[in-house]
Design a protein around this ligand. Structure first.
Ligand SMILES: [Cu+2]
Length: 496
């Protein structure tokens, strides 16, 4: 009897309830919360329960209790059914009403989500094509939401209305062509409409020529963005991933002295690595002498590291690693040498380019962002401008749009003086992906001009070679266009 009172269903319920309870323990303040921006692991706090914790805990205990009571009531019913042979619980009816409860609770949940989290969908649009994207989104959402509501209501209502009843016979319905045609044709028409609408909107956004569009290069890497403006000549200098040097040429621009210096460094590296490769046996001997003076007890990790290095030399791993590095650098040297004499590549167009850590745009001016990536695929996402594009290594992608609201305007509209536009990475590209963003400032033309004037050129215009009177010298350097001698001198600072 006791066993029957608390049967298998009760045990299952308890199991679920305890799982639920343990999963809800996390918000308790006794668990120290780590600051995601800090590397420091917080020390465990002393055990303490706040009032909020207790209320939270009590709430779940109460829910558990109510569930237990319900289970006991049903168990008692089932037991008396067994003893008396009479039907106490009409399960068909219980299930039918449960489906109605599910429908009502589910609808309330959907309404709650729409009201409270609906605003998280997309912020207000701040670009010329933003409205057409929003329009498309609303149409798609409207259609699918209507279908969702109709089908869910019918599903649960029919479960309730056509439940089993004594004496009622189920209708046997084999096939109906008309019905088949209706539920095939209507979705086909709706989907065709939505797809064609999406296609034409996307086509309009991406394929409409924008002859007045200014170009800005946006360069993505693990983990950040750089922007490049074309400078006074309005021409981007050529670039090539083989020219990339993290310290002096992050974007791999075609600046001859910088690239020649990189090639020379690579050649020196190759020579050094070649020497290492030839002297592996003496290297092994030196390391063995070193190891003889050490002990595992006193030196620990240094000792085992040294042992491992020696093992790598003995088994040939070190030699093959060195050969690989020499080969890789050799290929890069060859590629650089192959382009060094090309007037198309090294045409000095990169000299006046400006590399910036912020993107500044003029309100109402169309822009084409041309995207390049250094390492893996990133995705440039600007939610307010309704713009998103993959940023792919070895392939230039682009997106053209016109910002229609200044940062200041948005700050006033949202009553948030801290507001800023950002370009985010929307592709999980590595450990610091979450931090990969660049600020975008939309402003007036005058403000933009003042900002861009202050940004450093990639290559400083150089002073004239012959000494001149100070006043004159100042004039020549102030305006790079009138400079008589424009030798290239790579700037190590490069604006970042
Ligand atoms: Cu990324």
């Amino acid at each position: 009897m006791k066993k029957m009172m608390f049967g298998w269903s009760g045990a299952k319920l308890l199991l679920w309830a305890s799982l639920l309870l343990t999963s809800t323990l996390a918000p308790l303040s006794v668990f120290a919360q780590a600051d995601p921006a800090s590397d420091v692991i917080p020390a465990p706090k002393e055990f303490s329960l706040s009032t909020a914790d207790l209320v939270y805990y009590a709430y779940w205990l109460l829910a558990l209790l109510v569930l237990l009571v319900i289970v006991y009531i049903f168990n008692i019913g089932a037991a008396s059914e067994k003893l008396t042979g009479r039907t106490v619980i009409n399960w068909t009816k219980v299930n039918a009403w449960l489906s109605i409860i599910f429908l009502v609770a589910g609808s309330a949940g959907v309404a709650y989500e729409l009201v409270y989290h609906g605003k998280l969908l997309l912020p207000e649009a701040a670009s010329a094509h933003g409205d057409s994207i929003d329009n498309m989104f609303n149409w798609t959402f409207g259609f699918t939401f209507a279908v969702f509501v109709i089908t869910e209501v019918l599903l649960f209502w029919f479960l309730f209305k056509y439940r089993h009843k004594e004496g009622r016979k189920a209708a046997y319905y084999f096939h109906n062509n008309q019905l088949e045609v209706i539920w095939t044709v209507i979705p086909a028409i709706v989907l065709t409409f939505l797809v064609l609408r999406g296609y034409s909107t996307w086509h309009k956004i991406t394929q409409t020529p924008e002859p007045k569009a200014k170009q800005i290069e946006v360069f993505g890497y693990q983990f950040g963005w750089k922007a490049r403006y074309a400078g006074d000549d309005n021409k981007f200098g050529e670039s090539n991933f083989n020219f990339i040097d993290p310290a002096t040429n992050e974007l791999g621009l075609a600046i001859k002295p910088t690239v020649v210096a990189l090639r020379d460094t690579l050649m020196a590296d190759t020579g050094r690595l070649g020497n290492d490769l030839r002297n592996l046996s003496s290297m092994l001997k030196t390391k063995a002498d070193q190891l003889a003076k050490m002990s595992l007890a006193a030196d620990g990790k240094a000792y085992t590291d040294l042992e491992r290095e020696m093992e790598d030399i003995r088994n040939g791993n070190k030699a093959s690693e060195l050969r690989k590095m020499i080969k890789r650098k050799g290929v890069q040297i060859q590629r650089i040498n192959a382009t060094l004499d090309s007037k198309d590549v090294f045409n000095e167009a990169a000299n006046d380019d400006k590399i910036t850590t912020e993107i500044h745009l003029v309100k109402g001016q169309p822009y084409t962002f041309r995207y390049r990536a250094r390492d893996v695929i990133h995705s440039a996402y600007m939610p307010y401008f309704r713009a998103q594009m993959n940023v792919v290594p070895g392939m230039m992608t682009s997106f053209t749009f016109t910002p229609t609201k200044t940062t200041k305007q948005m700050q006033d509209e949202l009553k948030n003086p801290e507001f800023n536009f950002y370009l985010f990475c929307a592709k999980i590209c590595g450990s610091a992906h979450y931090n990969m963003k660049i600020k975008i400032v939309v402003e007036s033309e005058a403000e933009y001009n003042a900002w861009i004037e202050k940004q450093k050129r990639v290559v400083d215009p150089v002073q004239p070679a012959t000494p001149v009177a100070p006043a004159e010298a100042k004039d020549t350097t102030a305006n790079p266009k009138t400079a008589t001698n424009r030798n290239i001198k790579p700037s190590l600072a490069m604006g970042f």
